[in-house]
Design a protein around this ligand. Structure first.
Ligand code: NI
Length: 454
């Protein structure tokens, strides 16, 4: 059939096609602008993995894209110029985190490039954007006062952080790294918890000590921060009572044993354990799964407030040997973040699922690796008496005992063993207390199984 169209008809059809085309383009443009970018590229020489979400603010997205492309270009240039003599595959991971608080967008981009050598080359970029005033904020622009007014608060938080994380700081290095310069204060963010400032490795401490991130709550910043940036101070984290340190002298002449509990927290069974250990003046270490933290937050807080130590057992209990570098980082970081959010403190200890760890994963995780030397096999025994017997059989000074606080029989067995061990002059300590009592300085290369006397 032949279709005859009038001139007007042709024009109408042509316009309709044009209009549909424009709509499709607009939809595409919109998605592209607000979507996320996931790029994976792999060849025989290297792997590249890039992930980020767009903010929808054009100039901000352009800046992020510029950072990402320049790191990618540097990486590929380096690989090309290396003559491709490699001992292992080169690797580039770029993550961009985007957190929004009220009208502020906080962007933090981190690029990890492995191009041979001992460890990753890391580069960081932060952007803080004020949506109301449509401008980028630098550190001085959020202050109401001279920089010198805020410096004591910054130093106080840094030393507090070092104390909590058992980091030895070099005062001169800290002074130099905290003097005002645009570069030294590039990495800050305005969040619901306050002003956070990050010092990447090497700025105020060694590579091994990792990035040092501090948070100054808004109530301390009244008068120092411009009013428009003094957010509502959240009380949830402030409400946490910091656990008192125990006087370690009381353990002099005692045998030490560290009970550790994996795979929790669990509101019911962990609570029972916390009730039970009171009787034995015991404190223990929990290696928690990040994925279980939110649903069992109260019992985790209680455990921490009562002086027990909280370590990480990764987010999803996956075998780290089977994961990509990016996935390993996310298992580790997501757990640290969810614990930090609940407790206001980041775990420094990591117990990988199935004890699977190697030098490369240690390098990525940058945490102290704690395994065990007394395996109760509680998950298999499922009987409090058998679990108690197994602990008593293998207990010794400096031992680290593996248990799981998600099983009633494990919790009861542990408490029954404590009752006996107390009579044998044992003290029940956290890993942190054990380390201090044994005079050990934890490093990031060793996997620790016990802390026996030298
Ligand atoms: Ni486990």
């Amino acid at each position: 059939m032949k279709l005859k169209l009038s001139k007007t008809g042709k024009i109408v059809i042509a316009f309709s096609i044009l209009l549909i085309g424009i709509i499709i383009l607009l939809i595409y443009y919109h998605q592209n602008n607000n979507g996320s970018v996931h790029k994976m590229e792999s060849n025989e020489f290297y792997d590249i993995k890039i992930d980020y979400d767009k903010t929808g603010i054009k100039s901000l997205d352009e800046k992020i894209t510029k950072f990402v492309s320049s790191k990618e270009k540097d990486f590929i240039d380096t690989v090309d110029n290396s003559g491709q003599v490699q001992f292992s595959k080169y690797n580039l991971i770029i993550n961009v985190k985007n957190s929004k608080y009220e009208d502020i967008d906080n962007i933090r981009a981190t690029s990890y490039a492995y191009i041979g050598g001992a460890h990753y080359t890391r580069e960081d970029k932060s952007l803080v954007y004020d949506r109301v005033n449509k401008k980028y904020l630098d550190f001085l622009s959020i202050l109401n006062t001279d920089f010198e007014e805020i410096k004591p608060l910054i130093l106080e938080e840094i030393y507090e952080y070092a104390k909590e994380n058992d980091i030895m700081l070099n005062d001169e290095w800290v002074q130099e790294g905290t003097n005002y310069s645009e570069k030294n204060y590039e990495h800050f963010a305005l969040t619901e918890d306050g002003l956070s400032i990050s010092f990447p490795p090497y700025q105020i401490a060694s590579w091994a000590d990792g990035e040092i991130s501090i948070n100054i709550s808004y109530d301390k910043l009244e008068g120092i921060l411009k009013d428009e940036y003094l957010g509502e101070s959240k009380t949830s984290i402030d409400a946490i009572i910091k656990p008192g340190k125990r006087d370690l002298e009381q353990f002099e002449g005692k045998k030490l044993i560290a009970f550790t509990f994996d795979d929790g927290p669990n509101t019911k069974t962990t609570s029972r354990l916390l009730d039970g250990i009171q009787e034995y003046n015991a404190r223990v270490t929990f290696f928690v799964l990040g994925s279980r933290v939110d649903a069992n937050k109260d019992v985790l807080k209680r455990a921490y407030e009562e002086g027990n130590q909280i370590g990480s057992h990764t987010f999803n209990h996956l075998n780290l040997f089977l994961l990509s570098d990016d996935e390993v980082l996310s298992e580790v970081n997501a757990t640290n973040e969810v614990v930090d959010k609940a407790l206001g403190v980041r775990p420094t200890l990591l117990r990988p699922a199935y004890a699977n760890i190697n030098g490369h994963i240690k390098d990525l995780a940058n945490m102290h690796i704690i395994n065990w030397n007394v395996d109760t096999e509680d998950w298999k025994l499922k009987d409090r008496n058998l679990i108690k017997d197994k602990i008593l059989e293998d207990a010794h000074d400096g031992a680290i005992v593996l248990l799981h606080d998600i099983y009633t029989e494990s919790v009861e067995g542990a408490l029954m063993a404590m009752e006996e061990l107390e009579k044998e002059n044992y003290a029940f300590v956290t890993i942190e207390e054990m380390v201090q009592l044994r005079g050990v300085k934890l490093d990031y290369d060793t996997t620790y199984y016990s802390f026996m006397k030298e």
